[in-house]
Structures are given as C-alpha cells and as structure tokens.
Design a protein around this ligand. Structure first.
Ligand code: UDP
Ligand code: MG
Length: 315
C-alpha cells in the first residue's frame, strides 16, 4: 500500500504566489507518485483577494486538491489546526504558500520517515539571509529566552514545515487548548524529530502577512501558553523589593539614631514610590495576562468557522 501524504497549506491573501506554488507541489507529487500519494489541503484564512477563486479552480482541475475556506481571517494557527483536523494522510505536513518551505524537501522527508526511526522531520533555517537585522535579532533573542523560561527546546529558525506520522498528528490534535502555539506544541508532544537545515529562501511573490507587532504578540502568547515562570519572576521581583526596602529603612533608622541626621528624603521617596508602583503594575499586568488566558480558554470558543469547502461539492 502506498502511503498518503497530506500537504496542508494555510493561505492568506496569497493570489500572487499560489499558482506558482501549486505548479511546484504538483510537480513534486508527480515525481513521487511511485512511492506515495498526495492530497493538497489548502486552508483559505479569510483572504480578501482572489485566493479562494484560485483554490476553487485548483480543486476542479486536480482531484488531489482540497480546500477549506474560513468565514474570516482567524490566523495561521487556526489554519494549521483546521488542516490537521481534516487531513486524511498517513503522513501530514504543513507548509507555507510562499515557497519559503520548498516542497522539494518532501522527497527527503518522506524517505526519512519511511526508515521508521523518526516520527517527524522538521526543517529549520540555518541562516536568516534576506531578513531584516532587527527582526533577526529579536527572533534569536526570543528563542533563547523562550528555551530558558519554558524549558521547551525550540530550535532557532525552526519552520512549521514538518512531516509527521498520523500518530503525532493525533497527539497534536488531542491538545484542545484555544491558545495554540504550534511550534511549542510540536516540541511538547515529544517523539523523535529529525532536523534538516536549509538556506533561507525568500518569499517567491507577495508580501509577508506578519507585522512586527503581531510577531511580538505571538511570542508573548507562546511563552505564556507554555510556562508560568513569568508569574514566579513577578513574585521574585516583589520579594527582592521588600528586602531592599527593609534594608533601606534600617539604614535610615540607624543613621538617624546614631548621627541624629534628619532624613532629607523627598527625592528618594519619590523615586522609590515610582519604582515600586511601576513594579507592582508590571506584576499585575503579568498576572492579568494569565487571567485573560484562562478567561479565553473557559469560553471554549471554536477556533474557526468553515464557510465553504471542496468536500461539500465532491461528496
Ligand atoms: N497565513 C495565514 N493566516 C494569517 C497569516 C499568514 O494563513 O493570518 C499564512 C500565509 O498565507 C503563509 C504562511 O501563513 O502561507 C506564512 O506567512 P508569511 O509567509 O507571510 O510569514 P513569514 O514567512 O513572513 O513569517
Ligand atoms: Mg513566508
């Protein structure tokens, strides 16, 4: 029996690059047709351009192509989840539509999984050529802070492009949290992962869908989803502040008692008040972000709505 590989492709306003991508992935699938079957599962994440029309057209032309279209933009995480939930493959992989995850790697990834020793094969970028300096700096800083805080071994430059077995897919799906940070989830579920490094490829066409702001938001949410250490840090800072204030109080008390110096403390007082007030607000903020997370989780809202899918038509 030939194995079925599901290629999951989240797409958001990708009209510029989709035709090219489709051509490439069909080519790869054809070249592997002796050893594996493919299904291409496109998830249209509420695009406002011609993406959906293109996907409809692909699924008409190509029996291996399927698509799901969301009722609005729900984000890439939701797209990946919908893809994993609906894929039928023995193996599944997620890849970007912009050809930054070269579909050609399917051949190598598939062979590694077939050997049976590994459960996942994951691509990572060895360099960040073509990416802004500031973005690279923050990105690298994020990965090292992330590893320290959460203890989750995220590889710097890890892509979402990984081919995994059905068993891994089912484990990933069994995590029902609303705040999904897929990179962390992949690592958290365990299994043997083989890492393949490759040179960064620039987007084939179109523009990035992630602003710097959205990446910062995503990073913070990635940390709070996997660790409560920031809460402990907040408590730690609180304790240190208390200790320091006791020491300062003692220092002034002794100074006054022994030297009879009146404390001319107005500026000191203002500074201390501001410092402690600031720290308190920061800690409340951290606490608040966790409460907010809990609040969102308890709502148990669906993560996306599918408005239209190729399956409606085929069956
Ligand atoms: N994407 C998505 N929903 C979004 C944003 C992005 O499905 O809200 C998809 C996008 O179409 C692409 C992939 O996620 O296939 C990665 O996006 P992009 O290439 O813009 O990110 P970058 O490579 O710049 O980090
Ligand atoms: Mg990209």
């Amino acid at each position: 029996m030939k194995k079925l590989i599901s290629a999951i492709i989240p797409c958001y306003n990708e009209e510029a690059v989709l035709p090219l991508f489709f051509e490439k992935i069909v080519e790869v699938a054809d070249s592997m047709s002796d050893e594996a079957d493919f299904e291409f599962l496109f998830v249209n994440d509420g695009s406002r351009d011609k993406t959906l029309q293109l996907l409809r057209d692909f699924s008409k032309r190509e029996p291996r192509a399927r698509y799901f279209s969301f009722s609005r933009n729900f984000g890439k995480e939701a797209g990946m989840l919908a893809g994993l939930k609906n894929c039928r493959g023995d193996y599944a992989a997620i890849l970007d539509a912009d050809l930054q995850d070269p579909p050609g790697y399917f051949v190598e990834m598939f062979h590694i999984l077939e050997e049976g020793e590994y459960d996942c094969v994951n691509l990572y970028r060895e360099d960040r050529e073509g990416e802004g300096k500031i973005r690279s700096f923050f990105s690298n800083a994020f990965y090292s802070v992330y590893r320290k805080i959460t203890g989750i071994q995220l590889r710097s430059g890890a892509r979402d492009f990984r081919l995994m077995t059905r068993q891994v897919v089912d484990c990933v799906l069994s995590l029902e949290e609303t705040n999904r940070f897929t990179k962390g989830i992949f690592s958290w579920v365990g299994f043997n992962t083989k890492w393949i490094g490759y040179k960064n490829v620039e987007r084939a066409a179109g523009t990035t869908k992630f602003s710097f702001r959205s990446l910062i938001k995503y990073s913070v949410s990635g940390i709070t989803s996997f660790s409560t250490m920031p809460l402990s840090i907040a408590s730690g800072v609180g304790i240190v502040c208390c200790l320091v204030s006791v020491i300062i109080a003692l220092y002034f008390a002794i100074k006054t008692l022994i030297f009879g110096d009146p404390v001319a403390g107005f500026p000191t007082l203002v500074c201390l008040m501001l410092l402690i007030g600031g720290i308190q607000l920061l800690c409340i903020g951290i606490l608040g972000s966790y409460i907010a997370k809990t609040y969102m989780e308890t709502k148990q809202r669906p993560l996306y709505f599918i408005k239209e899918s190729s399956d409606d038509k085929k069956e």
